[in-house]
Design a binder for this molecule. Structure first.
Ligand SMILES: N[C@@H](CCC(=O)N[C@@H](CS)C(=O)NCC(=O)O)C(=O)O
Length: 238
């Protein structure tokens, strides 16, 4: 794909942030080349604090020096600014677009916290409870897929190309794979949510799935680093 005419594009990110991965996938799909600037979230730098003073989080997209924060807003911005390059990410139909935004918000408000709380569980009992809660949240996503894909073996976009909601859900997959390896929990279970499990396989095999989704081992390494950091903080406070 020819590179889109992009101006100066920088992305402040962190390699295992699903929110950053979502934006990287959008830029990749649109063929936008950009400078990636990794941020240390343990010691936040001037650039991040200056450009996202409200939340102090990644991702931040800098387009000709102008910051755009919040991953879903960034994906939408990328879709609009580079409308002529690559596939459209949001549906053209206003109702379908609203539905995609509704479910993307659900992913961030319910699905992301559900799987992260499994990772953070401190006892087996707590973990089992969180797995049960995550299963209910995931079943809703199975229903969302059926609604968006209209019963077809398709992506959330409704056809055979990855769109906005696919990126919103799909950026979490490498962490789910890491979690399966680390604690043996399967969040998208083929027996319970067969449509979503088949979608996840399709997403991993898609162009962005292969080219942009990080390896699960990188997430697992990062999870160990976080755990060590937390333990050191607890030890220091005693
Ligand atoms: N709602 C935000 C979430 C971004 C987010 O939580 N980023 C994390 C990395 S995964 C972060 O920067 N955390 C730093 C912190 O919480 O201080 C988005 O969609 O961009």
């Amino acid at each position: 794909m020819a590179a889109a005419s992009e101006g100066d594009v920088k992305l402040l990110g962190m390699v295992v942030s699903p929110f950053v991965v979502r934006v990287r996938m959008a830029l990749h799909l649109k063929g936008v080349s950009y400078e990636y600037v990794e941020q240390d979230l343990f010691t936040k730098g001037e650039l991040l604090l200056k450009h996202n003073p409200v939340h102090k989080k990644v991702p931040v997209l800098l387009h000709d020096g102008k910051p755009i924060c919040e991953s879903l807003a960034i994906v939408q911005y990328v879709d609009e600014v580079w409308a002529a390059s690559g596939p459209s990410l949001l549906p053209a139909d206003p109702h379908q677009r609203a539905v995609a935004r509704f479910w993307a918000a659900y992913v961030d408000d319910k699905f992301f916290p559900a799987w992260i709380s499994i990772m953070r569980a401190e006892t087996e009992e707590e973990r089992a409870k969180k797995v049960g809660e995550a299963a209910e949240v995931t079943e809703q996503l199975e229903a969302a897929l059926a609604q968006c894909a209209n019963g077809k073996q398709a992506f959330f976009s409704g056809d055979d190309s990855v769109g906005y909601l696919d990126l919103a859900v799909g950026c979490n997959l490498f962490w789910l794979d890491a979690m399966r390896k680390m604690v043996g929990v399967v969040v998208i279970d083929a027996a319970r949510t067969p449509g979503l499990a088949a979608w996840a396989d399709r997403f991993r095999e898609s162009h962005v799935g292969k080219e942009v989704l990080p390896d699960a081992d990188i997430a697992a390494e990062y999870a160990k680093k976080i755990q060590a950091y937390r333990q050191a903080a607890v030890a220091a406070s005693m």
